[in-house]
Design a protein around this ligand. Structure first.
Ligand code: PMP
Length: 313
């Protein structure tokens, strides 16, 4: 029988989902003061196990976000890392999932800006992977947003803070209201940055390009995975460089990549069809490669997988 999000972990305790609550007067509620990760987990029926993908890299990025935010947990992050696996076991998931370890600022002094005077807590939740049916097969239609991406000069995109997600929300809501599936944000300098919750890769003339980290993007783990594996496995070169908006209009192929969005083909931008308007061959090969890596079908990448039930080996 498949599991469910019956349990959550909050500040040291496993609690029934409905009881995992924090106070309204916390910094995370009042001013978006929390940092988090979205760790994907893949169920392999063939291997009878669920694999968390690149858990260690996610925990390292969480640590980096905490450091820049000057957040200090009263215990080691290894505790949270263990909770991620234990929570999945408790929930008994046997399907693809999305786990969200979060570190938050709690109740503090009057204005909440002195890190030493404020509690720091953590929680972890796990849910089935949120997928929108048909997107991976048919692709999505995007709008370049008139909202620009946060930058290192205001809300550093490297820090995965919940408050920073309001930037992507403005763009995404506008795009959806205007009849698109999603938004692409540009940097203030006019370069292509990323989507509200995923990075971008563009194929032109057989070369794959992706925006640079300094163009206002999250240091995406899926992006790094593809940069590392596409060259080696598919002999496709990936270069990180500044990308102009108009390149999107003349690209051969375009796709999103991220732990939640996985590899999602983009088939139109601002109503220009991308290539011939259908999912292209490089995108398809990338989707298949990513699928095989995350499901434990490529032994050379097994060290990226944390088996939760450990029935496989
Ligand atoms: N950019 C943003 C703003 C995101 O929220 C995400 C999802 N975490 C990504 C990019 C993709 O990052 P990752 O591959 O690490 O999930």
């Amino acid at each position: 029988m498949a599991g469910s999000s019956a349990w959550a972990w909050l500040d040291g305790e496993y609690l029934p989902w409905a009881e995992a609550k924090i106070h309204v007067r916390t910094e995370c509620v009042m001013r978006g003061g929390s940092v988090f990760e979205g760790v994907p987990g893949y169920w392999s029926a063939a291997q009878g196990d669920l694999f968390l993908f690149r858990l260690e890299a996610h925990m390292r990025r969480l640590e980096a976000s905490m450091r820049v935010m000057r957040m200090q947990l009263p215990y080691s992050l290894a505790v949270l890392e263990n909770v991620v696996s234990e929570l999945v076991r408790r929930c008994d998931f046997r399907e693809d999932i999305h786990v969200r370890p979060t570190v938050y600022f709690g109740v503090g002094s009057a204005f909440g800006f002195k890190p030493a005077e404020i509690e720091v807590g953590a929680f972890v939740t796990a849910t089935p992977m949120p997928r929108v049916e048909g997107r991976a097969e048919a692709g999505i239609r995007m709008a370049v947003s008139s909202w620009t991406r946060n930058s290192e000069a205001n809300q550093p995109p490297r820090v995965k803070a919940s408050g920073s997600y309001l930037n992507g929300r403005f763009a995404q809501v506008q795009a959806v209201v205007d009849g698109y599936d999603g938004a692409i944000l540009l940097s203030r300098a006019g370069h292509v940055a990323e989507g509200p919750a995923a990075c971008l890769m563009m194929v032109r003339g057989g070369v794959i390009s992706t925006p640079r980290l300094s163009d206002g993007i999250l240091d995406s783990i899926t992006r790094s995975t593809l940069i590392e594996c596409l060259g080696r496995e598919l002999e496709l070169r990936v270069e990180a460089r500044a990308i102009d908006r108009t390149e999107l209009y003349i690209a051969d192929e375009l796709f999103e990549c991220g732990s939640g969005h996985e590899i999602t083909p983009i088939v139109a931008v601002d109503r220009f069809p991308v290539g011939d308007g259908r999912v292209g061959p490089v995108t398809r090969r990338t989707m298949e490669l990513y699928r095989r890596i995350v499901r434990g079908e490529m032994t050379q990448y097994r060290s990226w997988l944390t088996p939760v039930y450990r029935t496989a080996d």
